[in-house]
Design a protein around this ligand. Sequence first.
Ligand code: GDP
Ligand code: MG
Length: 747
Amino acid sequence: MRQLTQICFRCYKNYISFAKKYSTDSKQVAKISKLRNIGILAHIDAGKTTTTERMLYYSGVIGTMGEVHHGNTVTDWMDQERRRGITITSAAVSFQWNEHQFNLIDTPGHIDFTMEVEQTLNVLDGGVVVLDASAGVEAQTLTVWRQADRYKIPRIILVNKMDRQDADLTMCCKSIKQKLDIPPLCLQLPIKEDDGKLTGIIDILSLEKLIWNQSNRGKTYTRTRLNKSDDSKLYEDIYLKRMELVDALTEHDDALADAVIQSGSLEKVSTTLLTQSIHNATLNQKIVPVLCGSSYKNIGVQPLMDAVILYLPSPIERNKQFKCFNNNLCAKAFKIIHHEQRGPLVFFRLYSGQLTKGQKIYNIQQERSEQIGKLLMAYADEFKEVNEIDSGNIAVVTGLKQTVTGDLITSSNSAANNAKKSLEKYLKKSEKEENNLIEDLFGVGRRVPEPVFFCSIEPPSLAYASALEQALLELSREDPSLRVINNTETGQTILAGMGELHIEIIKERIKTEYKIDVDLGPLQIAYKETPQQTVKDTYTVEHKIGKTKHRVVVTFSVVPKTSTDLNTETERLILDKSQESASNLSNIFPKHLLAVKMGVDSALAHGPKLGCPVVGANIILHWLEIGRGTSETIISAAVTQCLQKLLMKSQIRILEPIMFLEVVCTSDYVSTIIADLSRRRATIQQVTTRGNNRVIHSYTPLSDLLGYAKDLRTITSGSATYSMQFHENQPMNSADEAQAIRSITGI
Ligand code: GDP
Ligand code: MG
C-alpha cells in the first residue's frame, strides 16, 4: 500500500521551499509548536497502559490512579484489552503538560490490523517506545519499531520497570543498538539504595539527582545538583558520561562540533545547546534518546513528559505535504468509534486550517459534502465540547454518516481542487511519477486492503438478526478492512478480513460490545475462479406459473480475459455489437436489461468449482427473446442458470491470493527462513539490507502462510518479524488446486 510518508527525500526538500511560501502567521505557529501528537509503542506487558495512566494522573486529567491489575484504567476502553493484553481500538487522549498539549494516540500492536496500524501511525508525529528493563528489546518491540521506521516516526525510549531486581539498563542499551540498529543516547541512570530499592534517577545532562516523593504517589520530586564534595566518585562518573554524550552527539551535529571546538572542550557545552542537538538528531533518527524509570513505582514519568516536549517534534516539523491547502481545512479521519449516546465519533488529525462546530466539510475520497455536528476533544473517558479545533490537533466529530477511516476532508470541492493544482505545480513531473503523493492525497475511492480470509457469521437466533446487522454495519465503518457481504442466494452473511486474528477479534467484540454470541463458520481463504476457455450457447427457459407463460431465449458467450487483466475488474456484461445481434438487442427494455445484469452478477458471485466469486470473465450477450408478460425475476433466473451451465464448460481454474511478504531478520537466519519459505511455495524476490538486518522479499501463497507468525517465531527464536499485504490473485496448478479443493470440501 502506498504511503504518504514515503515521499522521496528529493521531492520533500523541494517541497519545503514551497511550504515556506505559505507559512502561517507567527501566533498560530507558536500555538502549534506547543502540540505533541504521540503514540506509545511497546511489547505487551512492558508498561504502556501503566505509563499512560501515570501521565494522565500527573497532568491532572484524572484524580485517581488506576492500576492495570485492578482493571480500572481509563485508557483500556475495551474489556478485551484487559483480558488479552493487546490494544485493539486506538483511543486518543488529550492533556496539558508544561504549557504544551499532548494528544496521546493509542496504537494497536498486532500486525493483523494493517488498516488500523497504518492509519494511527500515519497521524503520529513522535513515539515513546517502552521497554521492560529486565527484557530489553522483545519480539513485538521489533515489530512496532520496524513499522514506525516505515513511517519515519521520531522516537524516544523509556526503559521501564527499573525497580525490578533484574533490571539492566546496560543490557537494554546493548539490545537497542544490536536489534534496533540505532545508537542509544542514554540520558538518565537509576538511583538505587543499598537494598536495591529504586528511589530516583540521575539526569546526566543537568548533572542532577531526581528523588520522588512517595507520600503523594510521586506527584512531586526534588532536583538536587550533584556535588563533588558530597560524592566525588559519582560526580566524576556522571561528568564523564556527560562528556561521552556530547562526544557522541558531535558525530551527527556539525554545529555542536563547532561549538565544542570553539569552547575548547567537551565540558563547557550548555544544556540548551545539547537539548537542541538531541532534538535534531532524534528528528532525523540518527540516535534514540533513552530514559529510565518505573511507572508502577511512580518514578521517572514527569521527566519522560518533559523529554517528549524537548526531543519529539511538533506538527510544524512534520507533514509539510499538506501545506498545499494553504491554511484551508485539511484533516484525515484515522479512527471511528461508536459511542452509545453520541453515535459514531470520527477522530480527525488536522493538518491545516480549522474545523468549526456545525461546519460543512468536503470529503475528497468520496467526492461529497457532509455537515458535522458537534466538535469534541477526547479526555480519556470523557469528551469536552469545543467550538473550534486548530491545525495540528486531534478533533473528534459527531454527526458524520459517510466518512470512513482513511478519508481526507477539506472545506469545499474548490478548496480540494486548488490544493491539488498547487501541489501539482510544485512537484516536478518525474517526482509525480516516482511517488504517488497526488494520488495518495486526492485519489477518489477507498484504498482498503483486499480481504484475504472470510467465513460465514450467524446470530445465535433469529431474534438477534437485526441487532447483528447493525453491529456489523458499525464495525465495518470503524474498520474498513472488515467487509460484510450478504449472500442473497443462501441468505448467509459473510465476514471478510485481513487475518486469522482479525476475524477472531471481531467475533469477540460482537460478544462483549453488542452482547451477541455469534457462530462463525470455518475460516476460509478468499479464492477466486476464472474461466480458461471461450464457450458460447443458447438456452431456452419456459415456465408456466398460473395462467402466465414465461419464456426467455438467450445466447451468451463467456470469454476469458488475458491473465494481466485478472486483477482488474471492469464492466463484465458486454452487448454484442455485430449487425445481427444489434438488431435484436437494441429493442430490449431498460428494465429487462437491468434484470439481465442482476442475473449475470448472481452467476458470477459463485463459481462452479468452489462457489467462489468468478473473475477475469467477459460475458457477451448475443441474443435475447422475452415472451410477453415474462417477469423480471424469471429473466434474472434464466440468465443465471444459462451462465452457470456455460461456466461449467469453460474449464474453470482456481485463483489463489498471493501475498507480498517482507521478513526482517538478522543475517544468521536468512538461509533458514528462505528454506522454510521455499517449502511454502514462495517466490523469493530479493534479500536486501536494512541497517544490520536483512529483509527477505517474497511472493508467497496465503494458504501456506496460515500460522506463519508462530512458525517464524519458532525457527528464529522470536528474532524475526514480518509484514504482508495482498499482491494479486494467481492461477493455481492442478495439483495445488486439487489440494485446495480437498481442504475446503473435504472430498
Ligand atoms: P502494557 O501491556 O504495555 O499496557 O503493560 P501494563 O501497563 O498493562 O503493565 C503490565 C504489568 O506490568 C502490570 O501488571 C503492571 O502492574 C506491571 N508494571 C507496569 N510498570 C511497571 C514497573 O515500572 N515496574 C514493575 N515492577 N511492574 C510494572
Ligand atoms: Mg495495555
